[in-house]
Design a protein around this ligand. Sequence first.
Ligand code: CAA
Length: 394
Amino acid sequence: MYFELTEEQLAVREAARDFARNELLPGVIDRDRKMEFPKEQVQKMAEMGFLGMMSSPEYGGGGMDTISYVLAMEEISKVDASCAVIMSVNNSLVCWGLEEYGNEEQKQKYLTKLATGEWLGSFCLSEPEAGSDATSQKTTAVDMGDYYLLNGTKNWITNGGTSDVHLVMAQTHPEKGHKGINCLIVETDWPGVTIGAKEDKLGIRSSDTHTIMYNDVKVPKANRIGEDGFGFRFAMNTLNGGRIGIAAQALGIASGAYELAVNYSQERQAFGKPIAQHQAIAFKLADMATEIEAARLLILRSAWLKDQEMDYAAASAMAKVFASETAMKTTIEAVQIHGGYGYVKEYHVERLMRDAKITQIYEGTSEIQRIVISRNILKGQLYIPMWKETMHAV
Ligand code: CAA
């Protein structure tokens, strides 16, 4: 087994680290406090090529592998998890989905703008009554011949106030259940699209999350992705990759908090020595480091499986559930290590703790990831049948 990163992957990580330190760190506390969308920073991310990293160069993307993408996501998330989710949704839910399943005309018209970051995209699956239970889509796309008439409400939409394009899942054939759902490409300035108020969130406060209403929006048939009824499969397959991005965001939040805790605990003195030299703190650091490394390995493995075009649904679910739970635990411990200083904004760890929580919720809650993993176990895909045979033999 080979664990070394390539020169190119190392260079991407270095570039993302420098970018996060120089461009994202200044003002991150203020943007969080004011819920201010990081417009300038997103513009710079576009210039750096961070918004379409995995898209093909022929459509304006970086042509990089998923491993490079997760390395960049980790570095950016260490400093600014709001910028990271903007980046993750655009890269893995919008650009990747379009490139993998869109037709040439759709790629020329939309992907070329999204992969360069000239436009931002949103992925619109969740609804007020269809969150984890995503097959229960209430939004409808009625077939009107050469267009669909789209009606419904989507909520928790990342980039909702700033995106130019939505990928909207909507039910066309209710009698077919999830096999009747379509994914439609909708431009946000089309008549009938209304952007609701920005959510006032616990964490990732400078990313903009909105409810979107569609009222008799005419969507040309040419804007349907894939065959009639492909929409749910599109959403699930795309989310499998999205979850790798969110796992990397969680890893970045955890490793950012861990680095802050290591630094602080070596400076802060108590009972005559740096607190890192007290076993109570040293063991916390050891657990943080171990869990972060385990999360990193799960994420890199799922990214590698995706790059090899092997099945990565269960691997990405494992990476996401473990990394997001590690982010929550690690940030809580980082606040604890900082004591009272951890509870104030200036020291960053309280923000990272607030940011961590959403990674256990969006792109499939931890409970949904366990459903995905356990269904793969029961299908016999994560199980080596040694004991079954042995038990019958003895
Ligand atoms: N990969 C590929 N296909 C999958 C899949 C996966 N991970 N999970 C389910 N499917 C397929 C199933 O194989 C099945 O396909 P067929 O009918 O063709 O065999 C189909 O989807 C329906 O699956 P189930 O029969 O298992 O349906 P279910 O209702 O019992 O479970 C679910 C479905 C797995 C719970 C699904 O609804 C789900 O993943 N829910 C979570 C939704 C989610 O992640 N939302 C995130 C919103 S997007 C977001 O957060 C973006 C953002 O802005 C940050």
